[in-house]
Design a protein around this ligand. Structure first.
Ligand code: NAI
Length: 253
C-alpha cells in the first residue's frame, strides 16, 4: 500500500488521453491505482493505456464524447466491471473553443462549451455517485480553471461553465460530506497542453493566447497539475473538502 492510499483503487480520469488528464492518469497508475481513461481521442487514449501497462500498471480506455449519456454510462460500467467499482472520479475533460466575448457568442458556441465543460461532468458524476458512495475514502476532483475564480479572457461560455464547476464542487462537498465523499477542484493557470499552447486555428478564433499565458509569469507543466489532482484524491487530503485550489504560480492571488 502506498502512502497516498491510492494503491488498488479504481480511478476514472476524463480527458485522460492528453495534457493534464494524461499526466494525472499516469500518476494515479504509478501509485498503484487502476485507471479508466475516458476520452474522445482513441489513438491518444491507446497510447496512454499502453504507457501505463508498459510501466506495470493497469488501465482501460473508453472512447467517445462524454456529453453523450451512453458514453457516460459505458465509462462507469467499465470501471465497475473491470476494476470493481469507482473510488475516485477525476472530471477533467474540457474544451476552450473560440473564447468569444458574450456579444460574439452564438448559440452553437454557448451550448457546446456548456455541454462539454459543465453538463458532461454533471452527467458522469451523477452516474458514478452511487458507486462512489459505496466506498470508504472516495473522492471527486474537478479540473476547474482560473476562469472559475474570476472573469477571464477565455470567453463568456468557458468562464460561465468553469464557474459552474466551482458551484458543483461546493454543492457536492456540502451535500455528501456526511457520507464520507470528498469533492475538490484544481484551478490551473496557463498549462503547457495542446489546448493552451498549440490550439487549432478554429479553437483559437481571432484571439491570441500569448498575453494570457504571460500573466501567469510561467507556464505550468501538466505534471504540476496532476500532482495536485492526485494529492486531493489521496488520504493526505482527508480533511480537504470543497476546496478550489489554484495551481497557477500566484496568478489568482
Ligand atoms: P487537452 O486538450 O490537452 O486535454 C483535454 C482532453 O479532453 C483531450 O484529450 C480531449 O480529447 C478530451 N476531451 C475534450 N472534449 C471531450 C469530450 N466531449 N469527451 C471526451 N473527451 C473530451 O487540454 P488540457 O489543458 O489538458 O485540459 C484539461 C482541463 O484543464 C480542461 O478542463 C481545461 O478546461 C482545464 N484547464 C486547462 C488550462 C490550460 O492552460 N491548459 C488552464 C485551466 C484549466
Amino acid at each position: 500500500m502506498s502512502s497516498t492510499g491510492l494503491s488498488g483503487k479504481s480511478v476514472i480520469v476524463t480527458g485522460g488521453a492528453s495534457g493534464i488528464g494524461r499526466a494525472a492518469a499516469e500518476r494515479f497508475a504509478a501509485e498503484g491505482a487502476r485507471v479508466v481513461v475516458a476520452d474522445l481521442d482513441a489513438d491518444a487514449a491507446a497510447r496512454v493505456v499502453g504507457a501505463i501497462e508498459d510501466a506495470g500498471g493497469t488501465a482501460r480506455a473508453v472512447i467517445g464524447d462524454l456529453s453523450d449519456q451512453r458514453v457516460v454510462d459505458e465509462t462507469v460500467t467499465t470501471a465497475v466491471a473491470a476494476h470493481g467499482g469507482v473510488d475516485v472520479l477525476v472530471n477533467n475533460a474540457g474544451i476552450m473553443d473560440r473564447m468569444s466575448a458574450l456579444g460574439e457568442t452564438d448559440d452553437t458556441e454557448w451550448e457546446r462549451v456548456i455541454r462539454v465543460n459543465l453538463t458532461a461532468p454533471f452527467l458522469l458524476t451523477r452516474a458514478a455517485l452511487p458507486h462512489l458512495l459505496e466506498r470508504d475514502g472516495a473522492a471527486i476532483v474537478f479540473t476547474a480553471s482560473e476562469a472559475s475564480l474570476r472573469g477571464s479572457a477565455a470567453g463568456a461560455a468557458y468562464t460561465a461553465a468553469k464557474h459552474g464547476i466551482a458551484g458543483l464542487t461546493k454543492s457536492l462537498a456540502v451535500t455528501y460530506r456526511a457520507q464520507g465523499l470528498r469533492t475538490n477542484a484544481i484551478a490551473p493557470g496557463g498549462t503547457a497542453t495542446g489546448m493552451r499552447v498549440n490550439p487549432s486555428p478554429e479553437a483559437l478564433g481571432p484571439r491570441t493566447l500569448a498575453p494570457y499565458i504571460s500573466l501567469a509569469g510561467k507556464v505550468s507543466d501538466p505534471a504540476e497539475q496532476a500532482a495536485t489532482i492526485v494529492f486531493l484524491a489521496s488520504d493526505a487530503a482527508s480533511n480537504i473538502n470543497g476546496a478550489i485550489l489554484p495551481v497557477d504560480n500566484g496568478w489568482a492571488a
